[in-house]
Write a protein of this length. Structure first.
Length: 323
């Protein structure tokens, strides 16, 4: 695949030196997903493990899931030597609603803990299509409720509780924030939405533009939404908690930070959501990274634009939580 003419030079150089394998979601069937996950697990197992970070203490907990559903796993990251109540970032991993787990976020979240001195709670929600909507967002909300209710034990300041996520996790974070507003809590101080997956309708110009993309093209996005929503995808019977772009009322939500790359399917839905938040009276910061593709900072973290994006998110979290 030829690179887009607008691609950032640093990202282009890294991709030319080490091209990414292409995934053909257009030809993939839902029943192929277990094999794809096994292949990804094998590839990850073959990589050198992440070195322990002495600045961070990690603990896994199993906590009650939504009423009548299985328990869920939370991964808790604490600053080593934590004293007193600190802010908390409740985190939701990406993976297009069909892939991913808490382990994939260890490197990112270790850095957030070290930079901010906060606690992070990361939720291992159930994946589609085996667990379609509303299972993923209900798992995320259940984990958030547990976190808020156990704030004293976790050493969390409940008045400085934020929700964040990346890609599908960013969309689930937005849906979880909507649930918290509509169900009366917990109170949230901030939402950090990194290239969030927000709109199942796939009708924006950027959704049509990126039939080919470095990561997560139009066919992949249609596949992910179909896995989550089945035949409802793109129709009239879709909850705003599953696809937050469908929410008609965005008032009363916590301040938001949203970023997205210029060269990705999610570009326009993220811009539209940010603009609608501002119009609803929600203080919102929005970044469009020129020449960047979906997940650029995780795939090529050494690029200048990736380092800048990572630093801006920390600045936003610091401003929101360390007051």
């Amino acid at each position: 695949m030829a690179l887009h003419p607008n691609i950032d030079p640093g990202l282009a150089a890294a991709l030319e030196a080490s091209p990414l394998p292409a995934a053909d979601f257009g030809a993939m069937r839902l029943e192929d997903l277990p094999d794809v996950r096994l292949q990804l697990d094998a590839a990850r197992a073959a990589m050198p493990p992440l070195a322990p970070d002495e600045r961070v203490v990690i603990e896994d907990r199993t906590v009650p899931g939504p009423e009548g559903d299985p328990d869920i796993r939370l991964r808790i990251y604490r600053p080593a030597g934590q004293e007193g109540a600190v802010p908390c970032l409740y985190w939701i991993h990406g993976g297009g609603m069909i892939l991913g787990d808490v382990e994939t976020e260890d490197a990112r979240l270790n850095e957030y803990v070290a930079a901010l001195g906060c606690v992070i709670v990361s939720v291992d929600y159930r994946l589609a299509p085996e667990n379609p909507d509303p299972a993923p967002v209900e798992d995320c909300y259940a984990g958030l409720l547990w976190t808020a209710k156990n704030s004293a034990e976790l050493g969390i300041d409940p008045e400085r509780l934020a929700v964040g996520g990346v890609s599908a996790g960013g969309g689930l974070a937005a849906g979880t924030v909507l649930l918290a507003r509509d169900r009366g809590g917990p109170a949230l101080a901030f939402q950090l939405l990194i290239c969030p997956m927000l709109d199942d309708r796939n009708t924006t110009p950027s959704s049509h533009e990126f039939v080919e993309a470095v990561v997560w093209n139009r066919s992949a996005n249609l596949f992910g939404w179909r896995a989550l929503l089945g035949e409802r995808s793109g129709g009239d019977d879709v909850s705003p908690y599953a696809a937050p772009a469908r929410a008609t009322d965005l008032s009363g939500l916590p301040p938001a930070y949203i970023d997205v790359g210029e060269l990705e399917v999610f570009r326009d839905e993220c811009f539209d959501y940010a603009l609608r938040l501002v119009r609803a009276g929600v203080s919102t910061e929005f970044h469009l990274y020129p020449g960047a593709f979906h997940g650029f900072d995780g795939i090529i973290p050494e690029a200048e634009i990736s380092r800048r994006a990572a630093a801006e998110r920390v600045v936003a979290l610091r401003r929101a939580l360390l007051r």
